[in-house]
Design a binder for this molecule. Structure first.
Ligand SMILES: [Zn+2]
Ligand SMILES: [Zn+2]
Length: 223
């Protein structure tokens, strides 16, 4: 077959595009979508990020326009809210831009929910153990240590916080694993600080953290 002359090739491409356009546009929602959507909301009745139950949307992790074949696949669906002032759907499902997508949304939601649960358990422990003053003093020392490391290394606060946390943990791992209650008070104070400063753990740490969350929660529950 002779190659098409440039002009003919252009025309051919234009015609092909025109012929294909209606098919692309015609990727309509399946008649089963409403049923699948309702089933998903029954199984996951709250926002995977914030836990809220207002203005819920069922989001496609792999977007419908690129993966219409996954439209009805429950594994590709996640519940996210569009509650005023939050809009977890836009912010976490679409990275703040409806044209974008976030393939890691599920993992990020899991980590966030795990961190929220750990934060709540840590705060509750400090109150229950009446160790607020001790916790505040430790947080102050840790902040100084992290600030110092930032000044020495020129690295970010987050990175230095992770370093300090790693060193701190290395020194106390044995005592923590042995269930030393004073050390767990300190761990609660440290976890609160890390959470409230918005320090984001590295991906490998995240996975480990999510895997260990139940154990951490159990240990944070004051005796
Ligand atoms: Zn939400
Ligand atoms: Zn969406």
């Amino acid at each position: 077959m002779k190659p098409l002359a440039p002009r003919a090739a252009y025309l051919f491409a234009a015609l092909l595009a025109l012929a294909l356009l209606p098919t692309c546009d015609a990727a309509e929602r399946s008649p089963h979508w409403e049923k699948v959507r309702a089933e998903h909301l029954k199984a996951e009745p709250s926002c995977a990020w914030c836990g809220g139950a207002k203005d819920l949307q069922v989001h496609h992790v792999k977007p419908f326009h690129e993966h219409p074949e996954l439209e009805l696949d429950q594994a590709n669906l996640i519940t996210l809210c569009e509650a005023p002032g939050l809009n977890c759907h836009l912010i976490h499902g679409h990275h703040g831009d409806w044209k974008k997508e976030n393939p890691e949304v599920r993992e990020q939601c899991e980590l966030h929910r795990a961190m929220v649960r750990i934060r709540e358990a840590a705060a509750a422990r400090i109150v229950k153990r009446k160790c607020e003053a001790k916790a505040a003093a430790l947080q102050k020392r840790l902040i100084e240590r992290i600030d110092q490391r930032v000044a020495d290394s020129g690295r970010t606060w987050d990175a230095c916080a992770v370093d300090v946390a790693t060193d701190w943990l290395a020194d106390r791992r044995g005592a923590l694993e042995a269930g030393n209650q004073d050390r767990w008070d300190e761990a609660a104070a440290f976890l609160l600080l890390v959470y409230d400063r918005g320090v984001t753990p590295a991906p490998d740490v995240r996975r480990e953290l999510v895997a260990q969350v139940e154990d951490i929660l159990r240990r944070l529950a004051a005796e």
